[in-house]
Ligand binder design. Structure first.
Ligand code: SAH
Ligand code: SF4
Ligand code: F3S
Length: 440
């Protein structure tokens, strides 16, 4: 470990993979003596770990960069770096629009960040490293995590699915998996450090493959290695969400009964154009098996409104599927054309106001369904893992159920990390409210 006393300020955008990667970057940097700071004014290095998934996400970063220009002006020795998916996709545009950016590093080159920074300081040359790797998994790097009671554990990287709307296969490269042994070791270590819940992360965890052992083998191994820890995972692609995986989930009490299973659309024709590889019927079969094996399982999904050529009938099929699936929650997006993807060559022919209107209808329907499900939980008792003091009031604590429902209870001296039995007494579409109770 070197000591250079330099301070790094980092902002992370995008999905959990990016948040997990920031912990890896901070680990690499801390080996060279860098410390993290929350105060941008004090920083020697400013890093933005960026997302390219939709145009909005990229626009946000370019706006942020305009603001950061001032920080560079105040201290020209301060290094400004772009990491993540935008670094991979838009390195030329970033330098054109923001010539003060010193460092551009893609998701597979984070080991190089310290040397690149040193080189910038010595030579003044920009540091650019954006090669994608077929093997990099950062398996040997212990992420530097912020204090808390939950942790992300990245288990695989990249994506080979090539859904026609999605940039991830281009920004993150090919699929590759960590070793099961190193993941279970990490989980055990986290448990010893007081972590109560881990989420196994990957763009498509169902493609996990460690020498022929698949994701359900990994889930089993983790569940056995940390029997008193809650285990979640995301994201699984419906195409290869196998009965074996659902059976493994059902078998272990410490594997949370919650699955995020992005459907994207309820129209057969649109699913084909998206290259999602499943039909509505196959999707519902997976969902129904999950519900049968794990009654009461928490379900969520991702939906895109206004994919090229989507008609009013296609949209209605999405609404119909939502009714049938009865999701607890949905992450919903207006289609955003992304250069280099296949869908980019299809005409983005759903007018913006129609996209937005369809999106609104999807959001409204989901709110109704979520409220119905949540109100049905009133008077039931749930085991809640307390995570934090409520953002809205210090008198309350926030926690989550096994099925991933957010629950608010009076603080009453409780501490984060406690498992508490809660009698639910109120609910809205996003949150359950309750009081501790002593019986099960
Ligand atoms: N790997 C995950 C999804 C990662 S991206 C999976 O396959 O399920 C998260 C979500 O962003 C996607 O599920 C999709 O709903 C949305 N998304 C991705 N590309 C998009 C685009 N071009 N426009 C709008 N939404 C998009
Ligand atoms: Fe993107 Fe599809 Fe891969 Fe998910 S599975 S990351 S949506 S290409
Ligand atoms: Fe965004 Fe990259 Fe994640 S595009 S959603 S940060 S994989």
């Amino acid at each position: 470990m070197k000591d250079n006393n330099k301070k790094v300020y980092v902002e992370t955008y995008g999905c959990q993979m990016n948040f997990s990667d920031t912990e890896i970057v901070m680990s690499v940097l801390s080996d060279y003596g860098y410390n993290e700071t929350d105060r941008i004014e004090d920083s020697d290095v400013i890093l933005l770990n960026t997302c390219s998934i939709r145009e909005n996400a990229e626009r946000k970063i370019f706006n942020r960069l305009e603001h950061l220009r001032n920080y560079k002006k105040k201290n020209s020795n301060r290094i400004i770096g772009i990491l993540g998916c935008m670094a991979e996709r838009l390195r030329v545009e970033i330098i054109e629009k923001a010539d003060f950016v010193d460092l551009i590093v893609g998701p597979d080159e984070y080991r190089k960040v310290p040397q690149l920074i040193e080189n910038i300081l010595e030579t003044g040359e920009k540091g650019i490293a954006v090669k994608l790797s077929k093997i990099e998994t950062y398996d040997d790097i212990t992420p530097v995590r912020k204090e808390g009671i939950t942790a992300w554990v990245s288990v695989m990287r990249g994506c080979d699915k090539f859904c026609t709307f999605c940039v991830v296969p281009f920004t993150r490269g090919r699929e590759r998996s960590r070793k099961i042994g190193s993941i279970t070791d990490e989980a055990k270590k986290l448990f010893d450090e007081g972590i109560k819940e881990v989420t196994l992360l990957g763009q498509n965890v169902n493609s996990f493959n460690d020498g022929g052992r698949d994701f359900s083998d990994l889930l089993r191994a983790v569940a056995i290695s940390v029997p008193y820890m809650r285990i979640r995972y995301m994201t699984s692609h419906p195409y290869d969400c196998s009965p074996k995986l659902l059976e493994t989930m059902a078998e272990f009490g410490n594997v949370c009964k919650y699955i995020h299973l992005p459907v994207q659309s309820g129209s057969e024709r649109i699913l084909k154009l998206m290259n999602r590889l499943y039909s509505v019927g196959q999707y519902l079969k997976v969902l129904n098996l999950a519900k049968k094996l794990m009654p009461g399982i928490g379900l969520s999904t991702d939906i895109i409104a206004g994919f090229p050529t989507e008609t009013e009938d296609d949209h209605k099929l999405t609404l119909k599927l939502m009714e049938e699936a009865e999701y607890d929650g949905a992450y919903t997006f207006a289609y955003s054309p992304r250069e280099n993807t296949k869908a980019y060559n299809m005409e983005d022919n759903v007018p913006e106001e129609i996209k937005q209107r369809r999106l609104e209808e999807i959001i409204t329907l989901q709110r109704i369904i979520s409220l119905r499900i949540n109100r049905n939980l009133i008077d039931s008792t749930k085991m809640v893992l307390l995570e934090n003091i409520s953002k809205k009031s210090p008198e309350f604590m926030m926690g989550r159920t096994d099925c991933n429902k957010t629950v608010i209870i009076p603080r009453n001296g409780h501490k984060a990390g406690a498992f508490v039995n809660v009698r639910i007494n109120n609910a809205n579409s996003a949150t359950l409210f309750g009081d501790e109770c002593l019986i099960n």
